[in-house]
Write a protein that binds this ligand. Structure first.
Ligand code: MCN
Length: 797
């Protein structure tokens, strides 16, 4: 018999694409229930106002409107607030402030789009008419919107009991050692920078369908979530006070999340609660304008950074101070983003011996801010890689060589950084070397000269990023404030005819798990991929799950599957030993065949599966029927993907227009299951990073109105902005998971913004421009060019 063809490491086409590309995906908005009502949420038009009377009759009078509920109705039912899943303990042991976040506002509204009431009606349009008719008495109050103002004396207070709007004031690293490093430094490079606020834009807007079954008092919530079990847990335990076994949460096909669908949102709790109130299913789908106002935003940091070096460019110390915007309320994981996912990554790929970072998180009258692709790690990478590149300019060193000089060397792993993490493995110089080669860095000067001959300015920029994926282990995360464990669960079930159903707590919403997880299962069990089905996204079918974020699904979820497979093989050996009348220790398993060592006696995996379910001659007290195993996998550490990105841009000095001419990405994701999917993940991530670097910026006016509330004002990257990528991998396998794999889902978004911005600064260097903020729109770049020209002219006078 031929051994099955191995698929791991090959670019198997995505099996799920057959349904996606033929319009057969099943999304939340595709779900319709008999007798359903449609929900329209009434949103605050003010950034800050005291809520007066709400005249629900004004909406109930609209034809088709069946019910209207407000925060008072939910409070009367004892509904709790939306919780935050991560507690940060600030300086001197002061815990973060966690003001209440009722699903429907009570007493006050705190950002434009804050949810005030829900109108339920027979049609979507009737619900919208009802929402428009609802009379609400608002008493507008002064708002604080911008980070720089939030902590100022006299600033408007977002929550009465949060003095100075400070959610927490936190630090990490050794301040004394860092101060000493700066005192002894030959050179210090300083940088002020803003990490621009972003609005996530998944293709599918958020949606939710709530159902209640009076027969057994059970609820079903279908929702656009990246982690249905987490939503069930949070909603049951903190918001609706329901027993988990009475609540099913289903996240069917989800059209992208990028982090914004991790969180437990008000609308999920409201449709579930209201379904029981009115005894009918309730359906809600966000309009794009609602998504802009209510999907959690990302980034929004203001930082100062300083790098101390000795005379030859060796890094001695790093000092960082960051203000982080939390928005009006603490979203599910908001507090962890600027702390444990940001400041812990400030060592980057370097041996900097002393680091001290302070982070002050502030509330403002804006949409809550939480994880968005990369979550904290893009902010750390942007800061560090911009700072290092500036240091290279100041030290008159090649930016690649300054980095190489300070890299953690392969022989130094495991490497404990001064900011809490221990990197298990890596070879940063290998990625840098390959990227230099692939980008043709050696001949950059020729291309620069050619651009100049055309009246254009060409620049090259680097970014040597590192990130931490698969937040872990639970014990460490718990010690750092996580209120949940961070493991993953899986069940591998052989069916009697030899096909395999795999239940995973990870959720795929574009990442291709149905393909890559099936590749792993097929290879390890020696069954064809076509016989493997991957089931995800349903709390009633899957044992448990922590979901998908932090590029954890392969490293943590995939490892849970491997653990369950190992148990299947162990059980298969027991069955084979019995059937082949051999000792269990003599049974070998390879390529789907159990054989007795040194003999030609064997049984295939399919035969074993059949016997497991037709156990006619199993000794009843020694061998259990069935071939169905589950496992929980709690990793030993994060995984640490890292790489080098090199960007080349051409700038038109007359218009400020930036063209990304070539973008080289060399990543180390450890062992790769499917190179095509991984490459696609990097392409998508780089596109998002390019959006942040060149186009995207969320703007609020001083009154807290969202100026960039539609695609007319908020620019997403389009195909014409995307360069030809040059792409390759290096590989140092992760040392602590059974796959040797590191996460890849966020790398592109983490590594690309500084490479692009550094390239623009390099291009404009000859004009005297020494900094460019994000987004580097043509207007911003043109203004920087004008300012530099004006100051050069002034200096010449
Ligand atoms: N993979 C692989 N070999 C590796 C690493 C990963 O073959 N060494 C494969 C995995 O098996 C999986 C895919 O690559 O099919 C991504 O895996 P992983 O890095 O584990 O990331 P997750 O699956 O956990 O996805 C989460 C990550 C995050 S955090 C965001 S945000 C993001 C992203 O993925 N959101 C996305 N990529 C996205 N892609 C799409 N299309 N849509 C989103 O919302």
């Amino acid at each position: 018999m031929n051994a099955p063809v191995k698929t791991v490491g090959t670019s198997v086409k995505r099996t799920e694409d057959a349904r996606f590309l033929t319009g057969r995906g099943r999304y939340t908005d595709d779900i319709n229930r008999p007798g359903q009502l449609y929900a329209a949420f009434v949103r605050s038009p003010h950034a800050h106002a005291v809520l007066g009377e709400i005249d629900t009759q004004s909406a109930l009078d609209v034809p088709g409107v069946a019910a209207v509920f407000t925060g008072a109705d939910m409070a009367a039912d004892g509904v709790g607030g939306l919780p935050c899943g991560w507690q940060v303990i600030g300086k001197s042991g002061v815990p973060m402030k966690e003001p209440p976040h009722p699903p429907l506002a009570v007493g006050r509204v705190r950002h434009v789009g804050d949810t005030v009431a829900v109108v339920l009606a027979e049609s979507r349009n009737a619900a919208k008419d009802g929402a428009e008719a609802l009379m609400i008495d608002y008493d507008p109050q002064p708002a604080v919107v911008h980070l720089a103002d939030a902590g100022a004396p006299g600033a408007a207070q977002v929550h009465d009991d949060v003095a100075g709007n400070v959610c927490y004031d936190w630090e990490i690293g050794d301040k004394a050692a860092t101060d000493a490093a700066f005192e002894g430094a030959a050179h210090v490079t300083r940088l002020d920078l803003v990490n621009n606020r972003l609005i996530p834009n998944a293709i599918e807007p958020r949606a939710a369908v709530g159902e209640y079954d009076p027969a057994d008092g059970s609820y079903t919530l279908t929702t656009t979530s990246q982690n249905p079990h987490v939503i069930r847990l949070l909603m049951c335990a903190f918001v609706l006070n329901l027993p988990e076994h009475k609540v099913r949460v289903v996240a069917p096909d989800v059209g992208g999340g990028f982090g914004s669908k991790i969180f437990h949102y008000a609308e999920e709790a409201v449709v579930t609660w209201a379904a029981a109130k009115v005894g009918r299913p309730i359906k809600w789908t966000a309009e794009r304008g609602e998504s802009f106002m209510t999907d959690c935003h990302g980034r929004d940091h203001v930082s100062t950074a300083e790098l101390a070096m000795d005379a030859d460019g060796t890094f001695l110390g790093l000092r960082v101070r960051t203000l982080a915007n939390m928005g009006a309320y603490l979203s599910t994981f908001a507090s962890s983003v600027p702390t444990y996912l940001y400041a812990t990554l400030l060592a980057g790929q370097y041996r900097t011996p002393a680091i001290h970072a302070e982070v002050k998180a502030l509330f403002t009258h804006t949409t809550p801010v939480d994880a968005y692709r990369g979550a904290g790690r893009p902010e750390a990478t942007y800061l560090l890689e911009k700072l290092v590149e500036k240091a290279a300019r100041e030290m008159k060193m090649d930016p690649a060589e300054l980095r190489r000089k300070n890299f953690i060397r392969p022989d130094q792993f495991p490497y404990a950084t001064p900011v809490a993490l221990t990197y298990d493995t890596g070879d940063y110089a290998a990625s840098l070397d390959r990227a230099l080669e692939l980008s043709e860095y050696a001949t950059f000067a020729e291309r620069r000269a050619a651009s100049e001959a055309n009246g254009k300015l060409r620049g090259v920029g680097f970014s040597c990023y590192i990130e931490a994926c698969g937040i872990a282990p639970s014990a460490v995360a718990g010690a750092l404030g996580a209120r949940a464990g961070l493991y993953e669960a899986a069940e591998v079930r052989f069916n009697p005819t030899g096909s395999v159903t795999v239940f995973t707590g990870s959720h795929s919403h574009g990442q291709g798990h149905e393909t890559t997880f099936a590749q792993i299962v097929a290879d390890r069990l020696g069954v064809p991929m076509a016989n493997v089905e991957i089931v995800h996204g349903d709390t009633n079918r899957i044992p448990f799950g922590m979901g998908t974020y932090g590029s954890r699904s392969l490293a943590v979820g995939g490892s849970a599957i491997v653990r369950a497979i190992d148990k299947i093989i162990d059980k298969g050996k027991k069955i084979a030993a019995h059937m082949l009348e051999a000792g269990e220790g003599d049974i070998e398993f390879k390529d789907g065949v159990f054989s007795v060592a040194g003999t030609d006696k064997s049984l295939t995996m399919g035969e074993i599966a059949f016997q497991a379910y037709v156990p006619h001659n199993f000794p009843h007290d020694k061998l259990e029927p069935g071939l169905d195993e589950s496992a929980f996998y709690d990793p030993g550490n994060f995984t640490y993907p890292a790489g080098t990105y090199i960007c080349e841009v051409e700038v038109d000095p007359d218009t400020g227009h930036v063209t990304v001419d070539r973008f080289t990405a060399v990543d180390d994701f450890g062992t790769i299951i499917n190179p095509m999917i991984v490459e696609g993940q990097v392409h998508g991530g780089v596109a998002q990073g390019l959006g942040q670097a060149l186009l995207e910026g969320c703007v609020y006016d001083d009154e807290g109105q969202l100026v960039t509330g539609s695609y007319m004002d908020y620019a997403m990257p389009r195909a014409l902005h995307i360069p030809d990528y040059r792409f390759d991998f290096t590989c140092t396998p992760c040392t602590h998971n059974p796959l040797g794999a590191k996460g890849c889902g966020e790398a592109g978004a983490i590594g690309s913004p500084p490479a692009i911005i550094n390239a623009i600064i390099d291009a404009l260097g000859p004009l005297g421009v020494d900094d460019i903020p994000m987004p580097a729109t043509p207007h911003t770049v043109w203004q920087a060019i004008q300012a530099a020209r004006a100051s050069t002219a002034q200096a010449a006078e």
